[in-house]
Design a protein around this ligand. Structure first.
Ligand SMILES: [Zn+2]
Length: 147
């Protein structure tokens, strides 16, 4: 047997050529994963928003006479941290909602930029990603970080 035959046999036996769409079972698995993530994040957001509200109430309670102190206090800092987390989680939640919509309309796992199939390994890592790894790495900081 020549080397050439071996190579050809190997590639012929590999049954998932690039460019095929995801199997139904994979998509179903991602759908469940995304739904769990969505529920987790929704709950996290609820808790964060409550914390933020109670921090803000507390700051109002301090009163105007102490406003400068309040501005420098740890409360102000953690309120800002919480606001940042809320923004980030809301963003992720939007992306998850988008991924679930793409599952419904059959475009899940397809790169929005080049139209190629996104590697399943990448989807395993970030199920709500919209771009393949090549397009993702072509994007510079400052542009949409949405995966
Ligand atoms: Zn791409």
């Amino acid at each position: 047997m020549t080397l050439r035959t071996i190579t050809r046999n190997n590639s012929a036996s590999r049954r998932a050529p690039k460019g095929t769409s995801l199997r139904k079972t994979d998509i179903e698995r991602f759908r469940q994963l995304l739904q769990v993530q969505r529920d987790d994040i929704t709950e996290d957001l609820r808790i964060l928003k409550e914390s933020l509200r109670s921090l803000q109430d507390h700051q109002q309670g301090i009163g105007a006479w102490n406003l400068d102190f309040a501005r420098d206090s740890a409360d102000t800092e953690s309120a800002e941290n919480i606001a940042v987390q809320i923004r980030r989680l809301s963003d992720t939640l939007n992306q998850i909602a988008g991924a679930l919509r793409r599952i419904e309309n059959g475009t899940f796992g397809i790169c929005v930029r080049c139209g190629k199939i996104i590697d399943i390994e990448r989807l395993e890592a970030v199920p709500f990603t919209r771009r393949c790894i090549a397009c993702k790495s072509n994007i510079r900081a400052g542009e949409d970080q949405g995966g």
